[in-house]
Every structure is written in C-alpha cells, then in structure tokens.
Design a protein around this ligand. Structure first.
Ligand code: MG
Length: 297
C-alpha cells in the first residue's frame, strides 16, 4: 500500500494511492488529524483497514501533505552512514569521529515541527546560516514498537518507508557539539510523498538520488549503508521504547553541497528533488526567509 495524507476541500484526509499512481482513494478514518499515523496505530493493533469514504480523487487535484504531518516526537536521524559520504566530509563534519566509523552510528534528531510536505517552500534564514545543504535519505517508519529490539527481529518492526530531505545548516551544525540546532530550522524536513508499506519495498536494496535544479548530485543504493536498517533499529531501541510511527532517517549518500570543491550552498530559487526507487520523489523549492529578525514568524 501507498498511504498518503492530503488536503481536499479544506480538510485533511488519509487515503491509499491507486496502482496507477494518479489517484488517491480516501479512507473513512475516525480522526485524520495525525495523518497516516492514525492508520499505523490502527493496523499495528490488528484492526482492519478502514473502508473507502468516497471515490478515487486525481492526485493532481489534492494537496499532498507529509504522510505524518507532525510526528509524535523528534525524527531520528543517522549521520555518516555511507562510506563515500564519510570520506567527503572527513575533514569537516566528521573530523573528530573518523576513527569511529566502524564502531557506533551517529544518531541525532530533528524536531517534529520542521516537517513539511513535498511542494512546500523551504526557507533559507540567512541571518542565522549561510551554509544550507540538502541530504537525500530513505526514512524507515516504525510499525510495532518495542525496546531492545534485536537485530534479527528488527525488520518485523518496520511499517514502511518514505523519503526525507535532511536539510542542514552546516555552519550551525559544525559550531555546536550536538547537531539538532543546525538540523531543525523551520521547514528543514521535507517528507513524502507518501508511505510505502514494507511488503512492497525492500528498503535494504533501493536507489537514492538527489537532483538540484535538475543536476544529479547524489546517487547511491541503500545496500551501501555502513550501518544497515536492522542495526539502526537495534541501536535506536537500546533502552528506549520505539513507538509506532517513529521515523528514522537512515543517512545520506555522498554528493552533498558541502562535499563539493568549493562547497556549493543552496540559494533562493533552487529546487531540490529527492527520488527513491519504489517510493517516488519529493521536490521542494528553497526561498529566502522573509521573516524579519526578531519577528514572530
Ligand atoms: Mg542526514
């Protein structure tokens, strides 16, 4: 199944994307406020899929939202998880951790409020950062929760997959010991276009690509992850109970703007497309942040 959250006729709905990829059939969920999260909770409890609540709608006629518009808590993210990406940033972001590549994953989080849909403008707040970068990533959506999940059972906890652009303010990321500040600016987590359930995609073998204004910048396969999906689930659940709907962004391949020589940062008008085989693509324009300094919005 491909589960989408969308706006139609002024209200949020949850539905299934049809096989043709051109239509979405709305479902009769009790409360669509949480988007696909309400469906994940329901299915994890063993309840049946709700019935359709109406005719299939053309996707072109609805406004897609992030499948989980506001995750229940921070988005888990993994840093330095492709060997080539570890190499391209070994003298900058990973300078102090290069020796630990084979030891433990780097795990940080993004606040839930920075999640936005495909098609939403991502704001470049130049008063705070002048080094904003893209990161194409496969994201795992947890189904059945659990604590101390063993690697051998980890994939049975995967509900499905979606796409995340882990947008990053490199200067802010670099100057703080922890990364969350530089990763969590408003609008810094484009997510979507929908969730593909685990029975329809092998997330351990799929191609991840990123294009900036049509130019390919990243192209890799999740087979090349340093820490594979079961290891990431095992790691994140050590002593912490994972919850249904938790999102784990699995790291980005080589080809980020910071890794170019000289580095290239995102500018007003740039369009970033992240594409993953078996899911689809998200595309977001980057625009100068119009909010005044000290303003409320
Ligand atoms: Mg990342």
């Amino acid at each position: 199944m491909r589960i989408a959250t969308f706006q139609h006729q002024g209200r949020r709905q949850v539905g299934l994307v049809d096989a043709d990829g051109q239509h979405v059939t709305p479902l009769a969920v009790d409360d669509p406020t949480s988007g696909a999260l309400c469906l994940i909770d329901r299915l994890v409890q063993g309840l049946p899929l709700p019935a359709a609540s109406g005719q299939a709608l053309p996707l072109a006629g609805v406004q897609l939202e992030a499948p989980i518009p506001r995750p229940r808590r921070n988005v888990w993210c993994v840093g330095r998880n492709y060997h080539a990406h570890a190499r391209e940033l070994r003298d900058t972001v990973f300078k102090d951790s290069a020796a630990n590549v084979q030891a433990w994953p780097i795990v940080f989080t993004k606040v839930p409020e920075c999640v936005v849909a495909t098609g939403t403008d991502v704001r470049l707040p130049h008063t705070v950062s002048t080094q904003i970068d893209y990161e194409a990533e496969l994201a795992v959506i947890i189904g059945r929760g659990g604590r101390n999940i063993a690697r051998a059972n980890a994939m049975s906890h995967v509900f499905g997959y979606t796409i995340v652009n882990d947008v990053t303010a490199r200067d802010v990321q670099m100057r703080h010991q922890q990364w969350d500040l530089g990763k969590s600016f408003d609008t810094f987590c484009p997510m979507g276009p929908w969730i593909v359930t685990a029975d329809e995609l092998d997330g351990q073998r799929t191609r991840v690509q990123c294009f900036v204004n049509g130019d390919k910048r990243q192209d890799a396969n999740t087979e090349d992850l340093i820490f594979d999906l079961p290891t990431l689930i095992e790691t994140c659940s050590r002593g912490i109970t994972l919850l249904p709907g938790d999102v784990i962004a699995t790291g980005t391949p080589a080809g980020v703007g910071m890794g170019l020589n000289p580095p290239v940062w995102l500018r007003h008008g740039d369009v970033v497309r992240v594409q993953i085989d078996g899911i689809g693509a998200i595309e977001n324009r980057f625009v100068d942040d119009p909010a005044p300094q000290g303003g409320a919005g």
